[in-house]
Design a protein around this ligand. Structure first.
Ligand code: ZN
Length: 182
């Protein structure tokens, strides 16, 4: 089990961060289960949701998405995670991530820094706390890039360039968020 440490003074911010983190872990658990071959291969609805955000199914792309989601889950479920408020950040900053400074990177753990803006956005929905964490963690453990931002451009990316969609952080953010309704 992960050791979760929250380094946030303000009680309200502390509770917001804890709630968002727990929700991310729940959604990643659901996404990870959906991507398991036993579910993915026999459930047309799961494949439909995948195709919306990652485009036409190919073995290479599905296994890429499966690996990234699994890595994110393992990171947040089984390893040391620190949520730390960084109020020195510019007001526009939602969040950023780093492997822990001591003990060596992802195996040892991760710190998710939450900027001032994080505490002004909703838990779920457009530009939300949950999505922000998923986005950042996908960069860190899934080596995702920022080819496109936002729902419309990410939907288009999935349609026209699936290979790039499976390496784009926002596509993971939107895909994992879809599991909130299940
Ligand atoms: Zn990014």
């Amino acid at each position: 089990m992960a050791k979760l440490e929250i380094v946030i003074q303000d009680k309200k911010h502390y509770n917001q961060a804890e709630k968002a983190f727990n929700e991310v872990r729940t959604l990643l658990g659901k996404a990870n289960a959906a991507m398991a071959p036993s579910n993915f291969d026999k459930d047309a609805n799961i494949r439909k949701g995948y195709e919306k955000w990652f485009g036409t199914i190919s073995q290479a792309n599905v296994s890429q998405v499966r690996d990234v989601i699994h890595s994110m889950l393992v990171q947040l479920r089984d390893r040391y995670v620190r949520l730390e408020e960084d109020l020195t950040e510019e007001r526009g900053t939602f969040a950023y991530v780093r492997g822990v400074d001591v003990g060596g990177g992802l195996e040892a753990g991760v710190t998710i820094y939450l900027g001032p803006k994080f505490f002004t956005i909703p838990l779920l929905g457009y530009n939300c706390q949950v999505g922000t964490i998923i986005h950042e963690v996908s960069h860190l453990v899934g080596q995702t890039a920022d080819h496109q931002y936002g729902e419309a451009d990410c939907l288009a990316l999935a349609k026209h360039d699936p290979a790039e969609a499976v390496t784009n952080a926002d596509n993971y953010e939107f895909y994992v968020e879809t599991f909130k309704v299940l």
